[in-house]
Design a protein around this ligand. Structure first.
Ligand code: 5GP
Ligand code: ZN
Length: 113
């Protein structure tokens, strides 16, 4: 966990552009944005991926989804937005700390589901 990039960002050991924080959630701009708004919404509790969500710790994921509409409103995403979670290397997950991509600010055409 000491080696986790997002744990270091949450702790302020690595700089980021924070857009939201509460007791359970930290959100910051993606370093390689795929849209005008691309925010990473991250639980402060370290879970490696969505695969580690259980009944005991699901509150941290719920807190992310409580924060997402607030962040979307603050970012002006009145026309809609997309929330993406890559779970596991085969799905493209590159940082092994659970996170949700909040993407918007342009027409989002490339649907796969
Ligand atoms: P994943 O591929 O795991 O779903 O998403 C990881 C995301 O983290 C990528 O979109 C990548 O651009 C972003 N990212 C990687 N390193 C950093 C960093 O040091 N700072 C920020 N703000 N974003 C990062
Ligand atoms: Zn972590």
């Amino acid at each position: 966990m000491n080696d986790c990039l997002f744990c270091k960002i949450i702790a302020g050991e690595i700089p980021s552009t924070k857009v939201y924080e509460d007791e359970k959630v930290f959100a910051f701009r993606d370093i390689n944005p795929q849209a005008p708004v691309h925010v990473l919404v991250v639980p402060k509790e370290h879970l490696a991926s969505a695969n580690e969500i259980t009944a005991a710790n699901a509150g941290c994921a719920a807190a992310c989804f409580e924060a997402i509409p607030k962040i979307a409103a603050a970012e002006g995403l009145t026309e809609g937005y997309r929330v993406i979670n890559n779970c596991g290397a085969a799905a493209g997950q590159t940082v092994m700390h659970l996170h949700f991509h909040l993407i918007g600010g342009r027409e989002l055409g490339e649907k796969i589901v």
